[in-house]
Design a binder for this molecule. Structure first.
Ligand code: HEC
Ligand code: HEC
Length: 319
């Protein structure tokens, strides 16, 4: 499959409808390029040391790999693992607890969070408006003399919404351009039986809030979805993460507690290990996956790696 050279958004065939309101923030080459520059620029943090890319690194599918939970300004440690960023146009909500509904507004959170970029919109807009290069770029893209919050957020979203990953081996097999190996095929069967209910194809998430039996983290006491809804029945539920590029987006889970994919499979392999709370999909059946089955699943999960996405020049550091 030929990808757009400029990196701009495209919708793969046979994928569901997107959720993102493109009409509210029409994508342009210049808007995408400006968003990319901002994404890689530490100017958005209070002491100009942390950029979006500090926690969302392209070669690891825009996840943060060197720590279980994210590190921000002055090495402050956050409560959650930075998720990979891809296919966000299809997401009905954002963050592990679904607390953000609009991708255009999402970036306010990291920019102003004391443990992430620790800045304020006023401080950022002052810095950007003092910079003649940025002023000229925003004028070119949005036709404005002074940069305001909405243009800053829209530019960032034009970049992040364009991060489409749909060209893994799995996708080639679905397009009938390639075949699974015997082991991958066995793994795919196991996947469909045990995992697809939550990690639903082709996005590899159903975007629901579930508990996969890893149990609450006693240090963080992060109650997940309940923080947003206030409902006791939502305690310790987290949004099902995508499994695309999962080989690269370690560590795993909302708190990054598992560092190796093998260990994730070992967790799912034996239902007697699962802790409460657990979603109905997990209480309905007992599963045991022997070591060969775990290897088969692992080899299938690796077919979700999309090297063209991970190494796409259009997404990398702009200069
Ligand atoms: C200090 C690390 C850090 C920085 C810097 C950071 N992020 Fe994040 N990002 C995270 C974490 C952690 C989450 C998950 C937050 C949660 O679930 O509460 C996240 C979530 C996201 C999401 C939602 C993904 C999803 O699956 O729902 C997007 C989009 C995103 N970040 C974009 C950005 C942009 C754009 C910037 C720069 C303006 C940025 N991030 C800066 C750590 C960071
Ligand atoms: C009941 C729904 C459900 C089922 C079934 C399920 N998962 Fe998950 N999975 C989740 C949730 C929810 C998380 C995030 C949990 C958290 O962080 O607290 C997750 C996390 C993961 C992660 C870590 C992803 C990341 O980016 O951190 C992997 C890998 C994974 N699951 C693989 C699988 C495999 C393989 C199967 C089948 C054997 C499976 N899952 C079955 C709900 C499910």
């Amino acid at each position: 499959m030929v990808l757009p050279k400029d990196g701009l958004f495209y919708r793969p065939e046979h994928w569901p409808e997107t959720q993102y309101a493109f009409e509210k923030n029409p994508l342009t080459n210049d808007g995408f390029a400006l968003g990319r520059t901002l994404f890689y620029d530490p100017i958005l943090s209070t002491d100009s040391t942390v950029s979006c890319a500090s926690c969302h690194f392209q070669y690891t599918a825009f996840a943060h790999v060197d720590h279980p939970t994210s590190h921000g300004v002055a090495s402050r440690i956050g409560k959650r693992n930075a998720p990979g960023l891809m296919n966000l146009a299809w997401y009905p909500n954002f963050h592990w607890d679904g607390g953000v509904l609009d991708l255009n507004g999402q970036a306010i959170n990291p920019m102003t969070h004391p443990d992430e970029m620790g800045s304020s919109l006023e401080e950022i807009l002052n810095k950007l408006n003092r910079d003649s290069w940025y002023r000229a770029q925003f004028k070119k893209v949005f036709g404005v003399e002074r940069i305001k919050t909405s243009q800053l957020l829209n530019a960032l979203a034009q970049f992040t919404v364009s991060l489409v990953s749909a060209n893994s081996k799995y996708d080639s097999v679905m397009r009938k351009e390639a075949n699974f190996s015997e082991q991958e095929r066995k793994g795919y069967k196991l996947f469909q039986r045990h995992c697809n209910q939550c990690h639903t194809e082709p996005l590899f998430t159903n975007f629901k809030f579930e508990a996969n039996g890893i149990g609450p983290n006693p240090q963080l006491l992060d109650s997940g979805r309940a923080l947003i809804t206030g409902k006791a029945s939502d305690a310790y539920l987290f949004r099902v993460p995508t499994l695309r590029n999962i080989e690269y987006s370690f560590p795993y889970m909302h708190d990054g507690r598992i560092s190796k994919l093998k260990e994730v499979l070992a967790h799912y392999a034996n239902s007697s290990n699962w802790q409460n709370p657990k979603s109905r999909a997990l209480t309905q059946k007992k599963i045991t996956l022997n070591i060969n089955e775990q290897k088969d699943l692992l080899s299938f999960l690796k077919t979700l790696s999309d090297k063209q996405f991970l190494f796409n020049q259009a997404f990398r550091f702009p200069r």
